[in-house]
Structure formats: structure tokens, C-alpha cells
Ligand binder design. Structure first.
Ligand SMILES: Nc1nc2c(ncn2[C@@H]2O[C@H](COP(=O)(O)OP(=O)(O)O)[C@@H](O)[C@H]2O)c(=O)[nH]1
Ligand SMILES: [Mg+2]
Length: 421
């Protein structure tokens, strides 16, 4: 499913369409545009259509649909993206009318999740969402978009028999993905342990889409105080390995983030994309300070983190986009609501130094003295990788190491701590 996003078959120029039943109700398609942007699509235009009646064929009157089809052609758009839900039939009608592909919000989100699925579990989970979505749409081009499956599933002109075969194939594939998923879940603990042994602290950016996570991710990776470790150039685009000033490394992870009105069918897939964040040593919760719904976003993010058993992870809250706050009272009001938060602007770079300092502080922590049994050579080496070793002393029966370590790591080695700063 990944190849879907990496081939030229990926639609580039897109035309966003919203269908509303009355004015004043979510006028803009800003969020949908943000989602399209997340996938690297080029939004050629957007239009909201108001329609009170039910129009089963296109979701709007045929005259209006023809008008939009012409506009899409003039714009040379390669794909129509609808803000709401399209029935399989409507999707097909739009594709027949325009000759380009049509997708709804749910399909767009599936593509985003698929492009970001990093763990095996996330890949399977998204694959499952993808097939479940495709099952009633086998005649639609959806699966044709994927080179690998194009020939196998939605081949054009397929008769009823072919469709039946296809359906059975997809159903079979869903069952096998489910079985594989159960197996992967059993091994999840093992994977986590493996990462812990590598010992590099992980810092994940969480928050709603459009809050500015990716902008902050890039700004932090470019910040003077952090040095990007080029040896790890092979990491994917949403992960950077950075060096801390005080020594040691840090893995910075960007996440897809929370999506407003997430289609119910995608909840599991969404959670799986957060799996990595749920195992981080530090969370940076990015809030859009200029968003009137910031408080609600904050609460929702917290409650999902809680469900993922991630509420114990230390968290730094940043109030982003402060450059958009015109009046100083606005800033002080939101700062008061989030005590300990850091106002920043990923755009202007304001507040980033303070944030970097706080991240370092949270990860490198205080100086701690550990005493390990002499036969546990692995533990000092672990400290070398994850923190900054200040001194070490080898005795017959034990090894004493003094190191600056992230809080998480110190907690993990709690039984060996003999002195904290
Ligand atoms: N004015 C302003 N805009 C920002 C700031 N940070 C991000 N943005 C804009 O907000 C939008 C969403 O940012 P993005 O980093 O993609 O958000 P993400 O979905 O959380 O990754 C983009 O158009 C950014 O240019 C900021 O500090 N100030
Ligand atoms: Mg992003």
C-alpha cells in the first residue's frame, strides 16, 4: 500500500469540494486543505456547494456537478477530494462524469495513515482499513491506483463473476491481515524491549493536524542547538536523530496527529500510527494558540494518550503560532491556562531556544551515580549510549558510573541508583 504514495500515480493537483446543507456551517475547507498538504498534494482550488435537498447521484444537483466537472477540467485537476463521505455509487458517478479520480475524506485519511505507517502493526492496521474501505468499491478505481494490485482487483469491465472472485480475494486478504495483526500484537512487547536496549531517548511531537508539528519538527532539526546526526540519514522523513549539547542522542519523531471528525472506521488505524509516540520518553504537545478550539484539542489529545497508557510520559506543552496573536492579552490568557507551557512560533523561531533547553533538561536530567554488579557490563554501555557518562570506576565486585541521564532511563535503572544530584 505504500507504493501508492510514492509513484507518479499519486494525484498531485487536487480540487477540494465541500457539500453543506446550509450556510454558516463550517464555511471553509481549511482542515481538508491541511490534510491534503500533509500528503504533499497541490490544492488547485476549493469550493463549497450548498444543497438542501438530497441528491443521491452526486450529492448535489446534476447541473452543479457538471459545472464543477468543467472547473476541474479547466484547472487540470487530477483528483477531486470531497470533504464528507461519498457512497461507492457517488464515487463512481463522479469518476465517470469527470474522467479523473474522486475520493472522500476517509480515503484521503487512509492515504495519509498509509504514508506514515512505520511499525508493522500500523501497516497491517492501515491495510485492513484500506481493504475494508475498498470492499464495497471494487468496481471503483481505488485499488487500481496501486500498481501491484491493479491487475488483480478492480480490472475494468469485470463482469459479475470477476467481481465475486475479487470480493472473495479481498475478504480472504482481510482475514489473513487480521490473523497477522494478532500475531504482531503478541510480539509488541518484544519490539519495545529491543528499542529500549538501544537506549536512545525518543521525543515525539503530538497534537492536532495543523497545529504546526511538522513545522516545529523541521525547525528543531535545523536549530543551532541541535546537531543533526547525518550518520542516520536512512531514517524515514518523520524521524531525525539529533545530538544533545550535553552529550547523548535524541530521536525526534513527527506524528500524523489527531484529526477532527475522524471516521469511526479509522480509529484503530489512527491509534496504531501513535504507537511509537506512546512509547516515547518525552512528548511535545503542540497546540495552535491561535485556534479557538485549542482547549478542546488539548483535552482530547490527553484523553487518547491516556487510553494508550501514555499519560505517565513527561510532556512539554508548546503554544505555537504565537505570531498570529495580535494582542498581548491573548497570549497571557492562554499562557495562564497552560502553566509551564512554552510559547513559540515555529514560523519565526521565537521561543525555540527555550524549548530546546527544556527538552535537553527533560532528557538529560540530573547527575546520578549508579552502582552495577561487575557482571553487568551491559549496563554501563547502555548509559554510554543513552546519557552522558561523567566518570566510572571499576572494582572487583561492582562498577560505579556517574552519568547525566534522561529521567526515563534513570527510572528504569532505579535499583542501581546510589546517589542523585
Ligand atoms: N503563522 C504561523 N503559522 C504556522 C506556524 N507553525 C505552522 N504554521 C502553519 O500552519 C500550517 C500547519 O502546519 P504543519 O506544520 O503542517 O502542522 P501539522 O499538521 O501539525 O504538522 C502550515 O500552513 C504552517 O505553515 C507558526 O508558528 N505561525
Ligand atoms: Mg504534519
Amino acid at each position: 500500500m505504500k507504493e501508492l504514495h510514492e509513484t507518479q500515480e499519486q494525484p498531485k493537483r487536487v480540487f477540494l469540494v465541500g457539500i453543506r446543507d446550509k450556510r454558516a456551517q463550517e464555511e471553509t475547507l481549511q482542515e481538508l486543505a491541511g490534510l491534503a498538504d500533509t500528503l504533499g498534494l497541490d490544492v488547485a482550488a476549493q469550493e463549497t456547494v450548498y444543497s438542501r435537498e438530497r441528491h443521491p447521484k452526486f450529492g448535489m444537483g446534476t447541473g452543479k456537478a457538471a459545472e464543477l466537472a468543467k472547473k476541474a477540467a479547466d484547472l487540470k485537476a487530477e483528483c477531486l477530494i470531497f470533504d464528507g463521505e461519498l457512497s461507492p455509487g457517488q464515487q463512481r458517478n463522479w469518476e465517470t462524469l469527470t474522467g479523473i479520480s474522486a475520493m472522500d475524506r476517509q480515503e484521503l485519511i487512509i492515504h495519509i495513515f498509509a504514508s506514515r505507517a512505520k511499525t508493522k502493526e500500523a501497516e497491517l492496521q492501515v491495510g485492513l482499513a484500506e481493504l475494508t474501505y475498498a470492499l464495497p468499491r471494487l468496481r471503483h478505481k481505488y485499488l487500481n491506483l496501486s500498481r501491484q494490485r491493479g491487475g488483480r482487483y478492480g480490472a475494468k469491465g469485470s463482469g459479475e463473476t470477476k467481481l465475486e472472485t475479487d470480493r472473495r480475494l479481498v475478504e480472504k486478504r482481510i482475514l489473513s491481515l487480521e490473523a497477522e495483526l494478532a500475531e504482531v500484537r503478541k510480539n509488541r512487547e518484544v519490539q519495545r524491549k529491543k528499542r529500549e536496549r538501544q537506549g536512545i531517548p525518543v521525543c515525539a511531537l503530538v497534537g492536532y493536524t495543523n497545529a504546526g508539528k511538522s513545522s516545529l519538527f523541521n525547525a528543531l532539526a535545523d536549530a543551532d542547538s541541535f546537531v543533526e546526526d547525518k550518520r542516520f540519514a536512512t531514517l524515514d522523513t518523520a524521524t531525525r536523530q539529533l545530538e544533545l549539547e550535553k552529550g547523548g542522542h535524541l530521536l525526534l519523531i513527527d506524528t500524523v496527529g489527531f484529526i477532527r471528525r475522524l471516521p469511526h472506521a479509522l480509529v484503530d488505524a489512527f491509534r496504531s500510527t501513535l504507537e511509537e509516540a506512546a512509547q516515547a520518553d518525552l512528548l511535545i504537545h503542540v497546540l495552535d494558540a491561535s485556534d479557538s478550539e485549542a482547549d478542546r484539542c488539548f483535552e482530547t489529545t490527553l484523553s487518547v494518550l491516556q487510553e494508550l497508557n501514555a499519560e505517565h510520559i513527561p510532556m512539554i506543552t508548546v503554544l505555537n503560532k504565537t505570531d498570529r496573536l495580535a494582542a498581548p492579552e491573548e497570549l497571557s490568557a492562554i499562557k495562564n491556562r497552560y502553566s509551564g507551557s512554552i510559547p513559540i512560533s515555529a514560523k519565526t523561531g521565537q521561543g525555540l531556544e527555550e524549548l530546546v533547553r527544556r527538552i535537553e533538561e527533560a532528557l538529560t536530567g540530573e547527575l546520578t551515580r549508579f552502582r552495577f554488579p561487575a557482571d553487568r557490563q551491559d549496563l554501563p554501555s547502555f548509559l554510554y549510549r543513552s546519557g552522558k557518562v561523567v566518570s566510572e570506576r571499576y572494582e572487583d565486585a561492582f562498577i560505579e558510573v556517574e552519568a547525566r541521564t534522561p529521567i526515563e532511563i534513570r527510572e528504569r535503572l532505579r535499583e542501581y541508583v546510589i546517589k542523585e544530584e
